[in-house]
Design a protein around this ligand. Structure first.
Ligand SMILES: [Zn+2]
Length: 118
């Protein structure tokens, strides 16, 4: 896509205010520093496993002769994991978003540091 095409396309999209801008979680630079056309707002959903529910489901599967599909239909369909709230949201610049070495532990570490600093 040509830059002029992209500019025309951007004019008709949902807006993002300057007050919503923050530094990239991974490189601490602004969203336009690398002249990329885009950046990302990421909401990280970190689920906590409910091992009691997992064990109950596994027990039901075992009692039905390891028929996981049947146990799922016949069982209480419990949540096997829970989503604590609130879920953190952060911005990632276009350059960092294309980094194939983007590790989840690094994101989690940066989020923890950001939350400590307020
Ligand atoms: Zn970045």
């Amino acid at each position: 896509m040509e830059r002029q095409e992209a500019r025309d396309l951007v004019r008709n999209m949902k807006g993002f205010k300057q007050s919503e801008l923050e530094a990239c979680l991974l490189c601490d630079k602004g969203m336009a520093h690398s002249q990329d056309l885009d950046f990302y707002r990421v909401t990280l959903e970190r689920f906590m496993i409910d091992y009691g529910a997992v064990q109950r489901q596994a027990g039901l599967e075992t009692s039905m002769g390891a028929a996981a599909g049947l146990a799922q239909i016949m069982g209480p369909d419990e949540d096997l994991a829970k989503l604590p709230s609130p879920q953190p949201s952060f911005l990632v610049c276009g350059k960092c978003a294309m980094d194939k070495k983007l590790p989840l532990p690094r994101i989690s570490e940066r989020l923890a540091t950001r939350d400590e600093e307020g």
